[in-house]
Design a protein around this ligand. Structure first.
Ligand code: ADP
Ligand code: MG
Length: 300
């Protein structure tokens, strides 16, 4: 595209809240044949909330809440924030007056799995099944049932283990964005296919995928795994756009032919992207591709 065409198109984009960072992004976007979406914060609202809790052992509710809060208060993960808020509420409901909680030692973050630490002499784990497997926590049929029931409802389960035994858990929901399903069907009508990549588990990912009509789902992928999926699709000969909001999406945003960051996302994702969707609406994935298609057809 000529410098003038690029200027006109980026100006048009900017007026619509679609920030296109230069000519390359503009020229690549019209060729896109596959759009890959991150799940949390991209297809979903990204504000998880706890909808249920359960105890699996004879631990007291007060202890269960206190230990969970102690471990999760140190995590930056949005799921951790939802869990802490809920555990505080539960503790209050069960008559606890005190708003102090125990301090955690040896705190560790296990990316894509959860957190671990010690409270006094007790070892605490808070995270998904993968974390429990990592620490050889045996999971009974009651745990399995709770997890699978909730995952099929598109919820993510957070399990809590004390001294190597499953103590309880929480189910967390994060609703899909209202425009997600329409945008994905719009892309399909443009002969563009849709894919999801997420660090969350397969059952939850598939349930969210069904809700929005995504054609292909890849779950339990770490940040570099997300980038590898993009490269695999490119090797199959398709031009790929990646839409994401998190630090964990940035390698994939860089690897894609066009990286698109959600405006409300992290600075790292916005840095890594070629296009920023300032209004954080998925509809603007289509807007960006449309602007590029119109610009490129006009000059050819
Ligand atoms: P996503 O792509 O969904 O943002 P992440 O890699 O951040 O995925 O996390 C993947 C999964 O790891 C989460 O869905 C959750 O099950 C688990 N997890 C990670 N951190 C925590 C935490 N602090 N507390 C509970 N669960 C966690
Ligand atoms: Mg995300």
């Amino acid at each position: 595209a000529t410098p003038t065409a690029v200027m006109v198109a980026t100006g048009k984009g900017a007026s619509l809240g679609v920030l296109i960072k230069g000519g390359n992004a503009l020229e690549n976007a019209h060729k896109v044949k596959t759009v890959v979406f991150d799940k949390t914060g991209t297809l979903t609202v990204g504000k998880p909330a706890v909808v249920s809790s359960v105890l699996f052992s004879e631990v007291s509710m007060e202890d269960f809440c206190d230990l969970t809060i102690a471990a999760e208060a140190n995590s930056e993960h949005p799921i951790a924030k939802a869990v802490v808020e809920h555990a505080k509420m539960l503790r209050q409901k069960h008559g606890s007056q005190n708003d102090q909680f125990s301090e955690v030692k040896d705190f560790e973050v296990h990316p894509g799995a959860g957190v671990s630490g010690k409270v006094g002499e007790r070892a605490i784990l808070v995270g998904n099944k993968r974390l429990m497997r990592l620490f050889n926590v045996p999971l009974g049929s009651d745990v399995d049932r709770y997890v699978s029931e909730n995952e099929h409802l598109a919820r993510t389960c957070v399990l809590v283990a004390v001294d190597g035994r499953a103590a309880g858990g929480f189910a967390v929901t994060d609703p899909v964005k209202p425009e997600a399903a329409l945008v994905i069907s719009h892309l399909h009508s443009m002969r563009i296919s849709s894919v999801m990549v997420t660090g969350d588990n397969w059952a939850t990912a598939n349930a969210i995928g069904r809700q929005v009509g995504i054609q292909k789902v890849f779950a339990e992928t770490d940040p570099l795994g997300k980038a590898d999926k993009i490269k695999e699709l490119q090797l199959q000969g398709t031009s790929v756009a990646m839409v994401g909001d998190g630090i964990n999406d940035s390698p994939a945003l860089v690897a894609a032919d066009v990286g698109m960051a959600i405006g409300a996302g992290t600075d790292v994702a916005i840095e890594a992207a070629d296009v920023v969707l300032m209004k954080s609406s998925l509809e603007d994935v289509v807007t960006a591709i449309d602007i590029s298609r119109k610009t490129m057809s006009r000059i050819r």
